[in-house]
Design a protein around this ligand. Structure first.
Ligand code: CTP
Ligand code: MG
Length: 189
């Protein structure tokens, strides 16, 4: 497999972990996950920006996108290399880990932000950009190591991992500017 294909696949396979935060922005609202509770430091556990609807909608967004991708790979383009797995059971498991893990990473990011005394929407460099991917990896690496190894570690695939790590701050910036212009996000980051 050529390096260009490896890099393109690295981006392709991470989309179900990147899409959930946009899904959460679109459908979020209602009851917050922390139910308004504060920790001893006087700040909210997660804050008003993390809601149950956002968590469910975000996870679903990533899984639906990944299902479409897998369907395209297997049934439309007949390119099984571009499928998460040729088994739909494994595919759904991988997609759940990527999408739900990403939303957990987003919550971990907010938890850390609140502990640092930062308000909802305040900038929090590095964590703001990488929380989704960190969350997805925490779930996928131990539970789907063979898949992760084959797509992001083994041989030249490690360059794919480096590539998405470089690309993510850029993608993050672009999607947040779009969200801001649509009036869905209060701040463009
Ligand atoms: N959102 C949600 N539930 C989630 C994640 C996100 O409802 N689990 C929605 C909220 O409306 C939130 C918006 O998506 O305001 C943007 O998400 P994000 O940037 O992650 O949150 P912030 O509002 O910036 O809050 P924080 O400072 O905690 O990151
Ligand atoms: Mg934020």
């Amino acid at each position: 497999m050529g390096l260009l294909v490896i890099l393109a696949q690295a981006v392709w396979f991470i989309l179900p972990a990147l899409a959930p935060s946009s899904g959460a922005v679109l459908v979020g609202g209602g009851s917050p996950i922390d139910f308004g509770k504060k920790t001893k430091d006087g700040s909210r556990v997660l804050g008003g920006g993390k809601t149950w609807r956002g968590l469910a909608g975000g996870t679903l967004t990533g899984m639906v996108l990944g299902t479409i991708q897998n369907y395209l790979a297997l049934n439309v383009f007949n390119e099984p290399n571009w499928a998460f797995s040729t088994s739909w059971t494994s595919t759904f498991l991988i997609l759940f880990l990527l999408a739900f893990g990403s939303m957990m990473g987003d919550m971990l990011g907010s938890f850390c932000k609140r502990r640092c005394g930062k308000k909802k929407g305040d900038k929090f460099p590095v964590m703001d950009q990488y929380d989704l991917i960190i969350g997805a990896f925490i779930f996928v690496i131990p539970l789907q190591w063979a898949w992760f190894n084959a797509h992001y570690v083994e041989g030249q695939h490690i360059f794919g991992l480096v590539f998405i790590l470089i690309l993510i701050p850029l993608l993050h910036r672009i999607t947040n500017i779009i969200g801001f212009k649509m009036g869905k996000k209060e701040v463009p980051w």
